[in-house]
Write a protein that binds this ligand. Structure first.
Ligand code: XMP
Ligand code: MG
Length: 169
């Protein structure tokens, strides 16, 4: 396993796209407070940059989804700290949308907690691999069907600190 030499998205391209997303999210939430919920661990770099481009009041929380080892069924959502969902405008922030199973499950669980609205922002999207019908409200970049790393995304826990996006081969 090696890092590809090719850069998929440079630091500058990412920064520009994150500014655009911040403007769009700000325009869509004028006059509201936004509760931003990051899905750990992959989203933490993107989320840190994104919230600084959003110009409405923001609260931030994190959650982690644990996957059962015996099956592919998602079993548990753990909030990193108490985070109010009821009555809030939620923005779920993901690193990458692949089959969509994680997000579909999360969406369903969050809905039972009574938010006013739920929107989804994913940094990357692999539309070719989708298995469930889920449409994110904001997408940073569509990416090809390869294992992408950098800017928070990992391969076996490594490469999250790369400031650009590449892939492993
Ligand atoms: P779903 O449920 O949409 O899963 O299939 C999305 C999750 O799968 C992981 N994933 C990746 N992680 N590079 C990564 O670092 C990739 O190319 C990649 N593709 C999928 C990721 O954890 C995401 O939250
Ligand atoms: Mg993830």
């Amino acid at each position: 396993m090696n890092l590809a030499k090719e850069i998929l998205k440079s630091e500058d391209e990412i920064a520009e796209r994150v500014r655009q997303l911040g403007r769009q999210i700000t325009a869509d939430h004028e006059g509201r407070e936004l509760s931003v919920l990051g899905v750990l661990k992959g989203s933490f770099v993107f989320l840190a940059d994104l919230i600084r481009q959003i110009r409405v009041p923001v609260r931030v929380g994190f959650l982690e989804i644990t996957q059962s080892r015996k099956s592919e069924f998602l079993t548990e959502i753990i909030f990193s700290s108490s985070f109010q969902v009821e009555g809030t405008h939620l923005l779920v922030v993901e690193d990458i949308l692949d089959t969509g199973i994680t997000l579909a499950y999360l969406h369903q669980q969050l809905e039972t907690r009574g938010p006013k609205s739920i929107r989804v922002c994913t940094f990357l999207d692999k539309p070719d691999k989708r298995k469930v019908d889920i449409h994110p409200d904001y997408v940073g970049f569509p990416v090809p069907n390869r294992h992408v790393v950098g800017y928070g995304l990992d391969y076996e826990g490594r490469f999250r600190n790369l400031p650009y996006l590449t892939y492993v081969e």
